[in-house]
Design a protein. Structure first.
Length: 274
């Protein structure tokens, strides 16, 4: 193996790098191009937990818990099942969904983190093996952004003097990765998904823990509807969209899913044989 040759696993990763970067650029290109324009501001903007994936997992977790367990419970209620059967189904749906969400988030974030760490490792290898070539590549990136060739070369050379700064800059400019926040915590995402799914799934189940029949059905539908609208409004605070529209959208989607399963339960009239 020559001095600058890569191990087989790094060669495979290097072969995937153009495809990964191209995919990222295609996804970015799908969004409308945003340019600076006047408008209301609320101080410095920060993505915070959103970048790590924890906030995203929390939003999806509570929404999935609400919608999936409400739909499950309404399906059994539509089939005129006993209270004990509905409670059992709700608890089973809660546990299965919470563990499934947590496991899925952990695996997803873990794989994403490992891929990004691998790409960063490869970039560090390339910076150590061919610093001049990497500096020229960085200068080319700045030129594509409109920086003059001389200034781009000088900027790239200055940033390449310190190895840590060079790696951080290449990660951000070439790979689109924030080394400080962009990798995320698999355990944080998994725990957030588990807790929020559980909280969401409990909402439609609570009335059946204390009542049965039509009273429990109406109470479950009512508090689930309120919870869906609250989640929608809270999501709007993060996205900057209209809270009313977000709440209405969340309600329509959740109520639609629960209504369909309720009608299916009524049509099937399933009876459980002990």
């Amino acid at each position: 193996m020559s001095e600058h040759s890569l191990p087989p696993e790094d060669e495979r990763t290097k072969g995937m790098l153009p495809e990964l970067v191209a995919t990222r650029r295609r996804l970015r290109a799908r969004a409308d191009r945003l340019v600076p324009h006047p408008g209301p501001i609320e101080g410095e903007q920060s993505t915070g937990a959103g970048k790590s994936g924890t906030l995203r997992a929390a939003i999806f977790g509570v929404n999935d818990g609400l919608v999936s367990n409400a739909a499950l419970i309404m399906g059994f209620a539509g089939a005129s099942q006993d209270r004990e059967v509905i409670v059992l189904a709700g608890i089973a749906g809660l546990l299965a969904g919470a563990f499934s969400m947590a496991a899925g988030e952990y695996v997803s974030m873990r794989v994403q983190r490992e891929v990004l760490e691998r790409v960063l490792h490869l970039e560090a290898h390339e910076l150590g093996s061919d610093p001049e070539g990497e500096a020229a590549e960085l200068a080319e990136i700045y030129e594509r952004k409109g920086v003059s060739p001389d200034l781009a070369a000088a900027l790239a050379a200055e940033l390449s003097n310190d190895p840590a700064t060079a790696l951080d800059t290449h990660a951000r400019e070439e790979l689109g990765i924030d080394p400080d926040q962009g990798l995320g915590s698999p355990w944080g995402a998994a725990a957030s998904s588990f807790v929020t799914f559980t909280v969401g799934a409990l909402v439609p189940l609570v009335p059946y823990l204390f009542a049965s029949g039509t009273i429990a059905l109406i109470a479950s539908a009512l508090i689930t509807s309120i919870a869906l609208m609250v989640v929608g409004a809270m999501t709007a605070r993060v996205t900057g969209r209209s809270p009313v529209q977000a709440a209405a959208r969340q309600f329509v989607i959740g109520a639609g899913a629960a209504g369909v399963t309720y009608l299916i339960g009524v049509a099937l009239g399933v009876s459980v044989v002990g």
